[in-house]
Design a protein around this ligand. Structure first.
Ligand SMILES: Cc1cc2nc3c(=O)[nH]c(=O)nc-3n(C[C@H](O)[C@H](O)[C@H](O)COP(=O)(O)OP(=O)(O)OC[C@H]3O[C@@H](n4cnc5c(N)ncnc54)[C@H](O)[C@@H]3O)c2cc1C
Length: 246
């Protein structure tokens, strides 16, 4: 992390930038993490701030052109000598890393649910299509190759649903949920890749055509193994949490 917050009189001065902020141009207030003690050990010198949009020195960059999720805008956010009051500190000084870990884990349940929703839409469209589409004198739903696709993807999506519900239940009941949130996010987002591509395949050529929603589902699902922590980072978290208990 390179964004810095330095005290000057009774104000914090923010300098730095962050790429790829969802809804950046629509946000009314930003939750910003910045280094407040560069000499502290890793993770111990970061603090969290609330910055209102329109604050001088807070610059919102252009909307990125993305592969999918066209309904959601993504911007760079830049801080150029952006001055905020001392009271803008959220929580305790240098306690930002702990806040981030808790907040990101909650967000992962949301992204897992998003991935599952896109995958469900794709598979529901595919199931309806294969019942109707006839080849070799019968509906393609009656062919074993198609049935196995349905069986495998539906099993994975059901497992994803249960992992998501478990993580959400733990969070709602104030219990530790970091490991379960990462498991749900990893499994659901990877299952969504397979499900959206399988659903597209079940449509044959129609799956590739924009009159059908399948190519969009595949593009929209693609980001879910990347944002809110990549699948590789989820695996690091899961392994760390699992090994803590050994
Ligand atoms: C559309 C979109 C919306 C976003 N919205 C937000 C937002 O609202 N707020 C926000 O803060 N961020 C947001 N992001 C940023 C997003 O969370 C990051 O892009 C994502 O976490 C990956 O980080 P990175 O791009 O720096 O990839 P990198 O960290 O450069 O990773 C590149 C590759 O290296 C792998 N890698 C990195 N470190 C390790 C490791 N230790 N072990 C193994 N593999 C590793 C990654 O898994 C990946 O495959 C958004 C991004 C996009 C594209």
């Amino acid at each position: 992390m390179k964004t810095r917050a330095a005290m000057d009189g009774n104000e914090w001065v923010l300098n730095g930038s962050k790429l790829y902020i969802t809804s950046g141009e629509y946000a009314g207030v930003f939750v910003v993490w910045a280094v407040t003690d560069p000499d502290a050990p890793k993770g111990k010198g970061i603090s969290c701030f609330l910055v209102e949009s329109g604050t001088p020195g807070l610059v919102i960059g252009k909307a990125e052109k993305k592969m999918g999720q066209a309904g959601s805008v993504t911007n760079e956010v830049v801080f150029q000598d952006c001055r905020i009051p001392a009271s803008a500190l959220m929580g305790k000084l240098n306690d930002g890393f702990r806040i981030a870990v808790g907040e990101l884990a909650g967000g992962r349940i949301g992204i897992a649910a998003l991935a599952l929703g896109v995958a469900r839409a794709a598979m529901d469209a595919a199931k309806a299509y294969v019942k109707e589409r006839q080849q070799f004198g019968k509906a393609i739903a009656d062919m074993q190759g198609i049935q196995w696709m349905i069986a495998d993807r539906e099993t994975e999506l059901e497992a994803a649903r249960l992992l998501i519900l478990q993580a959400a239940w733990l969070k709602e009941h104030g219990k530790p949920f970091v490991r379960e949130a990462s498991m749900a996010k990893l499994f659901a987002s990877e299952a969504a890749q397979k499900a959206t591509y399988t659903a597209l395949q079940m449509h044959g050529g129609a799956g590739y055509i924009r009159d059908y929603p399948l190519e969009r589902y595949a593009r929209d699902a693609r980001i879910t193994t990347i944002y809110e922590g990549t699948s590789e980072i989820q695996r690091l978290i899961i392994a760390r949490e699992v090994m803590k208990a050994v």
